[in-house]
Design a protein around this ligand. Structure first.
Ligand code: ZN
Length: 478
């Protein structure tokens, strides 16, 4: 869920040693390259597990604790890059729970220097102890940061949104989409009386001295950094399930005054799950279940813990460019589609964010087709036409943390529908959608992977098609 304008900051060449082999496109800074490139200091290790263990204190808007980064050495090294925004203080970093190791910070990158080489194939972990006041989101969910607010009863209500800006705004990690841990433990400590809902399943609740409660959430699948979330507040909880053997658990956390309304609105979840499982295959995070959590912002696709803030109305906060668009809750459908497109299958580089958003937006149309038929789906898709801007290509610039045009949503949806018409074989088209998910589930991919798969399945070369609609703003010559 991102429709930001990118800020092109005039670059200053610093001439520093790392990444000298990576050419830097004009208009981008050294900081952009540190954030967006797969440097040797990043590719030398493969993430296996994170244990994030932090106290979130609404009283002083702070985060304090540690993250343990478990990894396997891919190429022998003595220096690795992790990421943490420079306003956050690092207290110390230790290797395998030994003595502190030296580190150097540059913009939002942290270079950890070990006193010995770590050998290829060996496994280690570093633990970063840190604290600070993470940046506040000015306009969530579109710009990254924490939202520290209160519900109408005066209880603290704290959430984070960080897609694009980076999870390293609040916790240290390898902040690049190409690498995910295989699983993760998220331990969030909050003032007693409040609850934290994070991703995955609640494993333990522990009362701590001094009036604090720790919630341990375990994520048993790979997870994107930007999906890792906290939702601190006073919530009412209700649950349901769908599917069979075993059933998929559905858990809902909303402000107590919205409980009855939520029970009605969230009835849309079961038919949506059935539709998406029909088109894309099994919900990707079955063991972890599915959750919706009321948020003070519009919504965000946090894996297995989707943030919901659509004010309990149809469309997008009561608006839709077609009549059928008002018949369903846009945020539930769109953000949940990301469980497949974005969370189940993730783009390696944010330049290919269209894999999340074009397929995510097209999923809305498929939901309409499933519920109300193909003609209504066409009306829904064509209602998006006036939104197409064609000012920038849909695919962004690789290696500098640059996402393409916001056309990745509405134009992307139109493009995929056009491709379905060009292929002109629905059985094949739907086998491609499901096949993409089967082949690439839990991995990170590029545009080339998607296009190659379409070409392989159709036996035709559709590069011209994707080039035309994703890499240029020019109107095609038909
Ligand atoms: Zn989205």
């Amino acid at each position: 869920m991102r429709k930001t304008q990118l800020f092109f900051i005039a670059g200053v060449l610093l001439g520093l040693t790392e990444l000298t082999a990576q050419p830097k496109p004009p208009g981008f800074t050294r900081a952009d390259t540190l954030r967006g490139a797969l440097s040797p200091e990043r590719t030398c290790y493969d993430l296996t597990y994170y244990h994030l263990d932090v106290k979130v204190d609404p009283a002083n808007r702070s985060v304090r604790g540690s993250n343990a980064i478990y990894f396997t050495v891919m190429t022998r090294f003595a220096k690795m890059q992790i990421d943490l925004f420079k306003n956050m203080e690092i207290e110390r970093i230790v290797l395998d729970d030994g003595a502190p190791v030296p580190f150097r910070r540059e913009f939002n990158a942290v270079f950890v220097n070990f006193r010995k080489m770590l050998e290829k194939g060996s496994s280690h972990h570093i633990r970063i102890y840190y604290s600070g006041n993470p940046q506040v989101a000015k306009n969530p969910p579109w710009d990254g940061g924490f939202t520290w607010t209160k519900d109408s009863s005066g209880n603290p209500w704290v959430v984070v949104t960080c897609q694009g800006t980076g999870a390293s705004l609040w916790w240290p990690n390898k902040d690049h989409q190409a690498d995910k841990p295989d699983s993760m433990l998220i331990s969030i400590t909050v003032p007693r009386g409040l609850m934290d809902i994070s991703n995955g399943r609640l494993r333990a609740t522990t009362e701590l001295p001094g009036g604090w409660t720790q919630y341990d959430w375990f994520v048993s699948y790979p997870i994107n950094n930007y999906n890792v979330t906290v939702n601190v507040g006073k919530f009412a909880h209700f649950s349901d399930s769908c599917g069979s053997s075993p059933a998929l658990t559905l858990d809902y956390y909303v402000l107590p005054q919205n409980l009855e309304q939520a029970k009605k609105t969230f009835e849309q979840v079961k038919p949506m799950m059935a539709a998406f499982e029909k088109y894309f295959g099994t919900y990707p995070f079955y063991r972890d279940g599915y959750k919706l959590i009321e948020s003070p912002h519009n919504g965000m696709e946090h894996q297995s813990a989707v943030a919901y803030g659509n004010r309990w109305v149809g469309g997008y906060r009561g608006y839709a460019p077609s009549t059928v668009g008002l018949k369903f809750d846009f945020i539930i459908i769109h953000e949940s589609a990301h469980e497949w497109w974005g969370n189940g299958v993730t783009s390696k580089d944010i330049a290919d964010m269209w894999i999340h958003e074009s397929f995510g937006a097209y999923s809305e149309a498929l939901y309409v087709e499933d519920q109300w038929g193909y003609e209504e789906a066409l009306k829904y898709i064509n209602g998006k036409k006036p939104n197409v801007r064609n000012t920038e290509p849909i695919i962004g610039i690789y290696n500098v943390q640059h996402q393409g045009s916001g056309d990745m949503y509405d134009k992307g949806q139109l493009v995929l529908n056009t491709l379905r018409s060009v292929i002109d074989n629905d059985a094949l088209w739907f086998s491609i959608l499901k096949g993409l998910m089967d082949k690439f589930r839990y991995t990170t991919i590029t545009a080339e992977d998607v296009i190659g798969f379409v070409n392989e399945k159709t036996g035709k070369d559709y590069n011209y098609f994707f080039d035309q609609y994703l890499k240029t703003t020019k109107v095609p010559q038909l």
